[in-house]
Ligand binder design. Structure first.
Ligand SMILES: NC(=O)c1ccc[n+]([C@@H]2O[C@H](COP(=O)([O-])OP(=O)(O)OC[C@H]3O[C@@H](n4cnc5c(N)ncnc54)[C@H](O)[C@@H]3O)[C@@H](O)[C@H]2O)c1
Length: 252
């Protein structure tokens, strides 16, 4: 099999949503020769996305906030494929509220799903990569909200900013073993959920895109292609870094 990630084994979390970034990333990695394991808390969704990709793509139910679920999923992947080369921490939720409306429960859940999951995933992923001794690439899906302030996005921003710096520390801890850790920061990307909302409210589309220098929202493939590069050996000297995919939004 030829391809930019041929012969590698990849795990993409949160890959069950139709038109989401995880499914698009899993598809690109599979197209470029990787054996891809899609995981999600949504059992039906993840099986459907794996079936759409076909080939060697496999779907597994996986709650990224559960330490034991991480152990089970990674053990199964390693048992079948002999190791894990690529881990994409993509699963996430967005609880967007102004400060007075943000409850401690909202805050805790936001941190658990977006940031604690990254800790658990990196810990389990690094252990598997070190055990196999062939290096690896970990890509954490942060956000432009992990770089700049946005009203109503406080807890989400904190979770994404935390993920960004957590990853940099792990990059330093694992650099000598050839395990690279980077973060990707999407701006406004047209995922399935947003396409439906925008179809019903075309005016909203104009308001959102007006603030983007390139004048358009991104496509999930734009993010998937960045993840693919970081996952591949083309990025062999790239670690502890952050990659914005936002049509110029945060350059302003
Ligand atoms: N779409 C954007 O514009 C955008 C921008 C910046 C960052 N992001 C980030 O990219 C990632 C993917 O976003 P998306 O737009 O594809 O979102 P999405 O809602 O389409 O997909 C997220 C997936 O995560 C899964 N998930 C939620 N909680 C989980 C849990 N506890 N365990 C396992 N899976 C769980 C969901 O079931 C869903 O399939 C997220 O981390 C998001 O914060 C997206």
């Amino acid at each position: 099999m030829t391809g930019r990630v041929a012969g590698k084994t990849a795990l993409v979390t949160g890959a069950g949503s139709d038109g989401g970034l995880g499914a698009a990333t899993a598809r690109r990695l599979a197209e470029e020769g990787a054996t891809v394991w899609l995981t999600d808390i949504d059992a039906a969704g993840v099986q459907a996305r794996a079936a759409e990709i076909g080939g060697r793509a496999r779907g597994l139910v996986h709650d990224v906030t559960s330490e034991t679920a991480w152990d089970t999923v990674i053990a199964e992947i390693v048992a079948e494929g002999g190791g894990l080369d690529i881990l994409v921490n993509n699963a996430g939720i967005a609880i967007l509220r102004m400060i007075e409306a943000l409850t401690p429960q909202d805050y805790a859940r936001q941190m658990e799903v977006n940031m604690t999951s990254g800790f658990l995933g990196m810990r389990a992923g690094v252990a598997a990569m070190r055990a196999a001794g062939r290096g690896g690439s970990i890509i954490n899906l942060s956000s432009v909200a992990g770089l700049v302030g946005i009203p109503g996005v406080s807890a989400y921003a904190a979770s994404k900013a935390g993920l960004r710096l957590f990853g940099k520390a792990i990059a330093l801890e694992t650099a000598k073993q050839g395990i690279r850790v980077n973060s990707v920061h999407p701006g406004m990307i047209l995922t399935g959920m947003q396409s439906v909302a925008l179809k019903d409210n075309p005016d909203q589309f104009a308001i959102i895109t007006a603030g983007i220098p390139m004048g358009m929202m991104g496509d999930p493939a734009d993010v998937a292609n960045m993840v693919l590069f970081l996952a591949s050996d083309e990025a062999r000297y790239v670690t502890g870094a952050e990659f914005v995919v936002d049509g110029g939004l945060t350059a302003q």
